[in-house]
Write a protein that binds this ligand. Structure first.
Ligand code: 5AD
Length: 418
C-alpha cells in the first residue's frame, strides 16, 4: 500500500486520478477512513447533510432474462412469481405520499407483460395524482422509442446499472442473449432523451478484478450519470453462482467514497444490499459519501418474493412504514432526511409558468445552462401527462387481469436456460 498518509493525492482534480491511485484506493482497507473523510466533506459541499428517501415499489418478479447472479432470473423455477396491478401501485404511492415520500421508484424484472401502454398508464396515473413527486423507472433494457414514450408521459429518472464495463466479464455474468453493447446503448439513449440517469455495478461480482472496477469508473466518468448505485454481490443459492461468496462491505464503502470524490454532485444510494450484509451498512454508506436511502414500499405480501439475493432485508427498519426509525438512524449518523423530490444537485424544477419552483443542492447555479432542457422536459411531461386521462388508465388497468400472464413468462424461458 502506497502513500497512506499522503492525502495530497486527493487534492488532484478527479480526471487526474491515475489507474495506479485508484487501484491502491480500491484494494487497501487502510484507505477507508481518509477516503470517507474526504468524501463526506465533498458531499456536504454539494448536498449539505441532506438525505433523500425513495419509496421502492417492486413491480414484478417475472423476468425474461437469465443473469447468472440474480435470484429472479427466468431459469429459477423456485420463485413464486407476482405482478402488481395499477391499483396496487397507486395504493403503494398513496401510502408512501402520506409517509412523506416524494420519489417513487418502480423497479422490476424485464417483464413483457407490462407493455409500453401499461407502463405509460402507470406513470401518468402517478404523476396525475402526485404532481409534486418524481417517478424513477428501473425496468431494464428497452428500445429508445419506449424510453421516449415513458419520458413524454412524465417519467423523471431511470436506473440501469451497467453491471460491468469489461466485455469478457460481462459475458461471464450474463447469457449470450444479452450484450454489454446494448446495455450501454440504453444508457446513452436515456441520457440523450433527458432523464436523470442512474448507472452502477455490483462490488465483488464473480470474476470481477480491480481492473474491471477501474474500467467501470472510467465508463462512468464518460457517461456522467446523475445517480450511481453500487452494492456488494450477494450469493443466491438457486443461481449458477450459488458457490461464489458474497462481496466485501468494506470495499463497497471505500468505493462509495471514491465515487463521491469522482462525482461530487451524484446521488449515491446506501443500498439495501449493503444493509443486508451489515446491519449498520447504510449508516456506514452515508458516512462514506452516500446521500440516498430507498426503503421498501412494496405491498407486504410480495416483499419476500422479490429476492435478487439471499437474506434481503425487507421488514423492520427497512420498510417504508418504519420510516421514523430509519430517520432517527440517519440523524444519529449525522445527517437529516428531507421530504422533497431530491433531484440531482443543480437540477431545477420548473412550475408551469417556467418559474423555478424548487431547486436542489448547494451548487444550484453551477448548472444554469441545463435548466432549459429540464424546463422543456417538465413542461412537456406536465402537458402530456395531463392529456393522458386517469380514467383511461383505470379502465384499461382492469384488463390486466384477463391477460394470460403465465404465457408470456413461459415464452421468455424458452431457449434462455443456461
Ligand atoms: N447481489 C447483489 N446485487 C444484485 N443484483 C442482482 N442480483 C444481485 C445479487 N445476487 C443487482 C444488479 C441489478 C440490481 C437491480 O440488483 O446489479 O442491476
Amino acid at each position: 500500500m502506497k502513500n497512506i498518509l499522503n492525502t495530497n493525492q486527493m487534492n488532484l482534480k478527479p480526471a487526474s486520478f491515475s489507474d495506479d491511485i485508484l487501484k491502491d484506493w480500491i484494494e487497501n482497507e487502510a484507505w477507508n477512513e481518509p477516503l470517507a473523510k474526504k468524501a463526506d466533506a465533498i458531499r456536504r459541499q454539494s448536498y449539505g447533510t441532506e438525505v433523500y428517501f425513495r419509496g421502492l415499489i417492486e413491480l414484478t418478479n417475472y423476468c425474461k432474462n437469465n443473469c447468472y447472479y440474480c435470484g429472479i432470473r427466468c431459469g429459477n423455477p423456485k420463485v413464486d412469481r407476482y405482478r402488481l396491478t395499477y391499483e396496487d401501485i397507486m395504493s403503494c404511492c398513496e401510502e408512501g405520499y402520506e409517509l412523506g415520500f416524494r420519489t417513487f421508484v418502480l423497479q422490476g424484472g424485464e417483464d413483457p407483460y407490462y407493455t409500453d401502454d401499461i407502463i405509460c398508464q402507470i406513470i401518468s396515473g402517478i404523476k396525475h395524482a402526485f404532481p409534486d413527486c418524481a417517478v424513477t423507472l428501473s425496468i431494464g433494457e428497452k428500445s429508445r422509442e419506449s424510453y421516449q414514450k415513458y419520458f413524454d408521459v412524465g417519467a423523471d429518472r431511470y436506473l440501469l446499472r451497467e453491471e460491468t464495463s469489461n466485455e469478457s466479464h460481462y459475458q461471464l455474468l450474463h447469457p449470450e442473449s444479452m450484450s454489454m453493447k446494448n446495455r450501454q446503448r440504453c444508457l446513452k439513449d436515456l441520457k440523450e432523451i433527458g432523464y436523470q440517469v442512474g448507472a452502477g455495478f455490483m462490488v465483488d461480482s464473480p470474476y470481477q478484478t480491480t481492473e474491471d472496477i477501474i474500467a467501470d469508473l472510467r465508463f462512468l466518468e464518460e457517461l456522467q450519470p446523475d445517480m450511481i448505485g453500487i452494492g456488494p454481490f450477494i450469493t443466491h443459492k438457486d443461481t449458477p453462482f450459488a458457490k461464489h461468496p458474497s462481496g466485501s462491505v468494506s470495499k463497497t464503502i471505500r468505493l462509495i467514497s471514491i465515487l463521491r470524490i469522482l462525482f461530487p454532485n451524484a446521488l449515491l444510494p446506501a443500498t439495501t444490499a449493503l444493509g443486508t450484509l451489515d446491519p449498520l451498512g447504510r449508516e456506514k454508506g452515508l458516512q462514506a459519501g452516500a446521500n440516498v436511502v430507498m426503503p421498501n414500499l412494496s405491498p407486504a405480501a410480495v416483499r419476500e418474493k422479490y429476492n435478487l439475493y439471499n437474506g434481503k432485508i425487507y421488514s423492520g427498519d427497512e420498510s417504508a412504514q418504519a420510516r421514523k426509525q430509519l430517520e432517527k438512524r440517519v440523524e444519529a449518523a449525522g445527517y437529516h432526511v428531507v421530504n422533497t423530490r431530491g433531484d440531482v444537485a443543480g437540477f431545477q424544477v420548473m412550475n408551469t409558468c417556467g418559474d423555478v419552483a424548487e431547486s436542489h443542492g448547494v451548487n444550484v447555479h453551477d448548472k444554469v445552462s441545463d435548466c432549459h432542457a429540464e424546463n422543456s422536459h417538465n413542461e412537456n411531461s406536465h402537458n402530456k401527462s395531463s392529456d393522458y386521462h386517469i380514467e383511461n388508465s383505470h379502465n384499461e388497468s382492469s384488463n390486466y387481469h384477463v391477460t394470460d400472464v403465465n404465457k408470456t413468462f413461459t415464452d421468455c424461458q424458452k431457449g434462455k436456460e443456461s
